[in-house]
Design a protein around this ligand. Structure first.
Ligand code: NAP
Length: 284
């Protein structure tokens, strides 16, 4: 059994398989999720469950957060039973959610005042990569704290890289997700254009996935288009969040602006579905 005691907050599409990797790696893991029903699978694997973030942090050494957005982070730190209502001195808090660099800097400063370390450590990769521990983890924050938790991050990903000060992981992640949005809209538009030319989706994707611009993304999302499967691996509403976060820190390019308009329109109808559901919006 690994001796570091790990706390985990956020058992959504990503949090469940990621926390599961730590249980499988023989860490003692205690979880908390706002909707209690989502704790069941981790409990079955052997994790303990805490009633509130405040209860959780007193029992662990390292805490991982994998929640939706800045508002969720605010709530988890600042609510009545939140992390800041407990003694957090000596803890390392790793925020793996995709959030703004600004909230990471704000929470890192407050953690430092209370004797704790905060690292931003968002991930590239989706549910499939989380299930196979193939995520790419990008980290901002204190170098020594990063060294302490790197073995834990490497249980969830194939690499964990520190880029600089707090917020730099978030900056890198928002850059990567701006390309994700462009890829997704581009794939949707390409499939629809080929269909317009009388080419079947299956035939186009067979060519695409064996050609020079093949990649894991077109394979996975191509299969989803063919199957009409829009079950969320990465919910469409989350890419809207990320494009807005990127815009707020200065992304102002022609393609990014177009993608934000498209995904915002799609989100009204398909926000809870996977981001490839944008094809339904583009089709009109
Ligand atoms: P998700 O399935 O929508 O799960 C969101 C999680 O956040 C749930 O556990 C939810 O709790 C919790 N949460 C939301 N608001 C909260 C609040 N106010 N207080 C406490 N908990 C709250 O999201 P996900 O797909 O796992 O993604 C999690 C993060 O990783 C996001 O920032 C996303 O952008 C990022 N990300 C996702 C992917 C992907 O492919 N899915 C890939 C890379 C990065 P409830 O269960 O109670 O709602």
């Amino acid at each position: 059994m690994n001796t570091t005691k790990i706390g985990w907050i956020g058992l959504g599409n990503m949090g469940i398989p990621m926390a599961g990797q730590l249980v499988n790696a023989d860490y003692k893991v205690t979880v908390y999720n706002r909707s209690k029903d989502k704790e069941a699978s981790l409990k079955e694997m052997g994790a303990s469950v805490a009633g509130t973030p405040k209860d959780l942090i007193s029992e662990i050494d390292v805490l991982v957060l994998m929640v939706s957005d800045d508002a969720a982070i605010e709530q988890i730190f600042n609510s009545e039973d939140g992390l800041f209502s407990a003694d957090i001195s000596g803890k390392v808090i790793i925020n793996m959610s995709t959030v703004s660099p600004a909230i990471s800097k704000e929470m890192a400063a407050l953690c430092r005042d209370k004797g704790a370390q905060y690292l931003d450590a968002p991930v590239s990769g989706s549910v499939k990569q989380a299930e196979t521990a193939q995520l790419v983890v990008m980290v901002g924050g204190d170098e020594t704290a990063f060294g302490q938790v790197k073995p834990i991050l490497e249980k969830m990903g194939k690499m964990a890289v520190r880029l600089g000060d707090v917020g730099s992981g978030n900056g890198a992640k928002l850059a990567i997700n701006s390309l994700l949005a462009l890829y997704t809209q581009g794939l949707a538009e390409t499939v629809l254009f080929a269909n317009q030319q009388g080419i079947k989706t299956e035939d186009l994707l067979n060519l695409l996935n064996n050609g020079a611009i093949a990649n894991v993304f077109t394979k996975i999302k191509g299969d989803a288009i063919i199957a009409g499967n829009y079950k969320p691996a990465f919910a469409l509403k989350h890419i809207v969040k990320d494009l807005n976060l990127a815009k707020a820190i200065g992304l102002d390019s022609p393609l990014a602006k177009t993608a934000l308009n498209t995904f915002e329109a799609a989100s009204f109808k398909y926000g809870e579905e996977d981001l490839i559901a944008v094809i339904k919006e583009v089709k009109g």
